[in-house]
Design a protein around this ligand. Structure first.
Ligand SMILES: NC(=O)c1ccc[n+]([C@@H]2O[C@H](COP(=O)([O-])OP(=O)(O)OC[C@H]3O[C@@H](n4cnc5c(N)ncnc54)[C@H](O)[C@@H]3O)[C@@H](O)[C@H]2O)c1
Ligand SMILES: [Zn+2]
Length: 354
């Protein structure tokens, strides 16, 4: 079992990574959760695949459990689903002595985390992430949210889980496209902080050889995310480095109304685009672009940006909620494994979109 300890100002929690962990989840929880009831929030896809497995594991140590199921997909990160979850929690008489489990991908994690943060002003919860994206990113860091009509993740809060239980075996049922989407974030972690993680992926023969190292890759990614969260819990400084590829990536996702390009694909394209320009400006060491392009190809992620209207894209990026009045913090690589914040005037953004 690999364990990472997240030490924050007011909370401390462990991230456990182990193949087959789901089967022993009940035992793991029983070492510290002494209540009787567990509410498992999940989506119907994950429920069909692993609902009975989690139930068996939890009942095996004597917990009473109930599964609250939402439809799969981003549309469930909504006020309607949140309202449904609140009603179920009330119906099940969940209170602050109960435990909530967020069992699913980032959608379930963000929604269940927000419900746990706000129901009765906070019920303890744990994350049991089931997609690569959620295992190496969204389950760590305490950001919880739902989407509003006005934009993604607009209503939310910081609320850390009591623990994160990551079972890489759950990834076996993930469609390849969703799996590869998560790999884009792994590439990002390597690019900003860990050249050996990056090289491990780059030197892999194919997707299967990357997958054979997934437990180590997860451990490296989760360690990096934890490190940044510890240094900058509320995302005001160094945690911004995690946004490498995201400024342009978010722009691409929004440009196509979140329909044509997935998050991971957009982040991959964003990393490439910004590095192509920063390399040409001698802000990044030569060869970084080629290395990112090669590893994206290996992970079966796109490397060519679909044709877009530049003015419209620039406008979308300038209105990003993370941009400050007149300025934008771009994340650039000095070289692979080493990132920095480069502040530019919004009026200079076009030199990074060529
Ligand atoms: N809180 C954060 O810090 C943070 C960070 C990154 C992303 N996010 C959020 O995460 C969300 C995206 O998460 P995601 O990519 O995990 O998507 P997701 O939760 O929508 O899951 C993708 C699909 O995979 C299915 N699925 C989940 N686990 C499966 C499994 N083991 N086998 C087969 N199918 C499975 C789901 O039912 C869903 O259809 C976005 O809403 C994003 O905003 C949050
Ligand atoms: Zn991301």
């Amino acid at each position: 079992m690999k364990v990472i300890n997240a030490r924050l100002n007011h909370v401390n929690y462990d991230i456990f990574i182990h193949k087959g962990l789901l089967a022993t989840l009940g035992e793991q929880l029983s070492t510290w959760y002494k209540g009787e009831f567990v509410a498992v929030i999940t989506d119907s896809t994950v429920d069909q695949l692993y609902g009975s497995a989690i139930e068996t594991s939890l009942k095996g140590v004597g917990y009473r459990i109930n599964r609250i199921t939402i439809p799969p997909g981003e549309q469930s990160k909504s006020l309607i689903s949140l309202n449904y979850v609140y009603s179920k929690l009330a119906e099940l008489a969940v209170d602050r002595s109960s435990l909530i489990i967020a069992f699913g991908g980032g959608v379930v994690g963000d929604l269940a985390g927000f419900a746990a943060a706000t129901y009765m002003r906070g019920v303890p919860y744990v994350q049991v992430p089931t997609t690569l994206m959620s295992q190496l990113d969204s389950s760590i860091g305490g950001k919880t949210a739902i989407n509003l009509k006005a934009g993604k993740n607009l209503a939310g809060g910081f609320y850390h889980p009591r623990a994160v239980y990551t079972d890489p075996l759950l990834l076996d049922s993930l469609p390849q496209k969703i799996y590869c989407d998560g790999l884009a974030e792994a590439i990002k972690y390597g690019a900003i902080k860990d050249s050996s993680l990056f090289d491990l992926m780059l030197r892999s023969e194919n997707l299967a050889s990357i997958d054979s190292n997934i437990e180590d890759i997860l451990y490296s990614c989760c360690s990096i995310k934890t490190l940044f969260v510890q240094k900058d819990e509320f995302d005001r400084g160094e945690r911004q480095l995690l946004n490498f590829g995201h400024t342009i990536g978010h722009g691409i996702e929004r440009y196509f109304d979140y329909q044509k390009v997935t998050h991971g694909e957009a982040v991959g394209l964003g990393m490439l685009q910004i590095t192509r320009c920063s390399e040409a400006m001698n802000l990044t060491s030569k060869g970084s672009y080629d290395a990112i392009e090669a590893v994206l190809k290996l992970c079966q992620l796109p490397t060519v940006i679909p044709s877009m209207d530049k003015t419209k894209l620039l406008e979308i990026i300038s209105h990003d909620k993370k941009s400050k009045e007149g300025y934008l913090n771009l994340i650039l690589l000095r070289n692979i494994g080493n990132a920095y914040i480069h502040q530019i005037a919004k009026t200079n953004l076009d030199s990074f979109i060529i």
